[in-house]
Write a protein that binds this ligand. Structure first.
Ligand SMILES: C[S@@+](CC[C@H](N)C(=O)[O-])C[C@H]1O[C@@H](n2cnc3c(N)ncnc32)[C@H](O)[C@@H]1O
Length: 277
């Protein structure tokens, strides 16, 4: 069979994109070309001659492998260490001092849509510094979740290239990374131990009880369609502790979404209740 570019017909597009939107929240309504350009290679891989055949095969695949491969291809995993650093300053300067001397319970932070893990490791390095400095007196744990299998595998590995190394503050390069000859590096095991990664669809009903002090869900909502954005926000609010904070990307907003959260400052929201702000 010849595998040049196989075109995705309008009828096929009308079947594929609503499924992806309803199941995963991703808004691909204006991304017909993206679906075509990313998935045609899958047609060759599975030796099918049309998107209709590909879709039938994917829907019949009880292992879910084909669907997970498709999601890997259709999601954007762009991220880097210390991204939107105002949020890390807010955590250090505003959230940690509010925990109070009486608190003994560990601090739980969730990175929802963590991509390849740099956001989680930035948090681990920052909070470890705070423990050393005595500004964080309780243990902490960071949970990273993402839809993409390959992103989660990379996050668990914790090995990155020279561009990522250059973004680490000098002290973190010295204390928390093992550099290699070629400019790449790996995050130290003691940092990795502070983070648990899991492949998860954020739209699935949370298996976890309400317990997060802080949720980072940055640069994820931007890919979502309106209805699913509201659904995701509901899920995040559910697993946030009263008084807990939700941090979203600075190019994102909750305007127009009904939410129980209150606005604190750009890209920072808080769940009412709990300890005083
Ligand atoms: C652009 S990255 C953002 C990474 C990081 N939060 C940051 O701000 O640098 C968006 C991530 O959201 C993930 N994502 C999109 N939809 C998702 C869903 N329904 N469930 C879980 N993760 C999702 C993608 O796989 C991708 O890795």
């Amino acid at each position: 069979m010849e595998y040049g570019m196989i075109h995705l017909t309008d009828a096929e597009f009308q079947i594929i994109y609503p499924h992806i939107r309803e199941r995963y929240g991703l808004n691909l309504e204006k991304k017909k070309y993206l679906i075509e350009s990313k998935l045609w290679i899958e047609l060759a891989r599975y030796r099918v001659g049309s998107y209709t055949e590909y879709w039938q095969m994917l829907r019949a695949d009880a292992t879910g492998t084909m669907e997970r491969r498709m999601l890997d291809l259709l999601t954007t995993h762009y991220t880097y260490f210390c991204r939107e650093s105002q949020h890390f300053d807010f955590l250090k300067d505003r959230i940690l001092p509010q925990l109070g001397r009486a608190r003994t319970a560990p601090l739980h932070i969730w990175c929802a849509g963590c991509a390849t893990g740099q956001e989680c490791y930035t948090l681990a390095m920052l909070l470890l510094d705070c423990q050393t400095a005595g500004t964080l007196r309780v243990p902490f744990h960071i949970f990273g979740a993402d839809l993409s299998d390959t992103a989660i595998a990379a996050a668990r590995k914790g090995a990155y290239g020279s561009a990522d190394y250059a973004r680490l503050p000098r002290a973190w390069q010295c204390h928390y990374a093992t550099p290699f000859q070629n400019g790449e590096f790996q995050v130290l095991p003691q940092i990795k131990a502070l983070v648990t990664f899991r492949q998860q669809n954020l739209l699935d009903r949370p298996a976890l009880p309400e317990r997060f002090d802080v949720i980072f869900c940055r640069n994820v909502l931007i890919y979502f369609s309106e209805k699913e954005r509201a659904q995701l926000l509901g899920r995040l609010t559910q697993v946030l502790r009263p008084g807990g904070y939700l941090l979203i990307g600075h190019t994102e907003s909750l305007i127009g979404i009904q939410t129980a959260l209150t606005y604190v400052q750009p890209a920072v929201y808080r769940k009412p209740g709990g300890a005083a702000a």
